[in-house]
Design a protein around this ligand. Sequence first.
Ligand code: CP
Ligand code: NVA
Length: 307
Amino acid sequence: MRGHFLEVLDLSRDEFVEAVRTAVRFKTEGYPSSGLKGKTIALIFEKPSTRTRVSFTSAISRLGGRFDYISSAELQLARGEPVSDVGRVLSRYVDGLVCRVYSHSTLEELAANSRVPVINALSDKHHPCQALADLMTVFELKKTFKGVKVAFVGDGNNVATSLMQACALTGVDFAIASPEGYWVPEEERRKALESARASGAELTFTEDPVEAVRDADFVYTDVFVSMGFEAERERRLKAFLPRYRVTRELMSKAKPGAKFMHCMPVKRGEEVEAEVADGPSSVMIDQAENRMHTEAALLYLIYGRWK
Ligand code: CP
Ligand code: NVA
């Protein structure tokens, strides 16, 4: 652990798996109530959040730590204070910065100027805390990462990129179907392929959703219009619909018994049919719950074993 967690590949395979296993232990046996005793974590958010904000604050409280939630609009950042100054100053007050930002470069600048760990709570490029919870959900259901396949259908966005990295790291086979122009960035694909060479994960990139979900144990999607991309809504819906919507028909092309995954919030009727999102194969609420357990495990390990 180099100190910051800006993307999944900042963790080694062993660290990632240890975080998942620790989260499973917390979920089943309870949290060590003084795991973060004496630690204060600042949460700085430029964008709205339901899950990330409350899962982090609850995880920190359960571990006996303190937190301070700050909307970035309330910081001098909003009046043009340099990100580097914010990083240098805040890291003298607190033990960690959990930040949700528009531009990934903001996180990199904060991290470069922070004396304490910076954790990515979502940027335009990565959502690594989501991927930890996603792989925990896969592990809970399959009891292994070996011989498991996850298919992502839709926008090659922050969630898809982090999921791809997490599968590549842990040896889970991963297929992604996106329309031309909405693929995961080339550089991210290269890094994931390199990581997959070490783990043995098979990565497949296609424009065909049916090909992607073939033999998949999990079918994952996310919104077509992420936060910050609202101006592109019309163009995006034209590119994605109707082919990339996860329907009951598409689920029937995956492995029998395949589970449906979504990071939430969900746009029912857009990237997924309501019948799938709210149907018996959906595990999205478990994923959401697992955000809290994996974030608790991550913090516990950062300030304990990995420090
Ligand atoms: N999945 C996720 O990050 O949700 P929020 O935007 O509600 O935090
Ligand atoms: N891709 C979505 C994820 C929200 C949790 C977004 O960035 O808005």
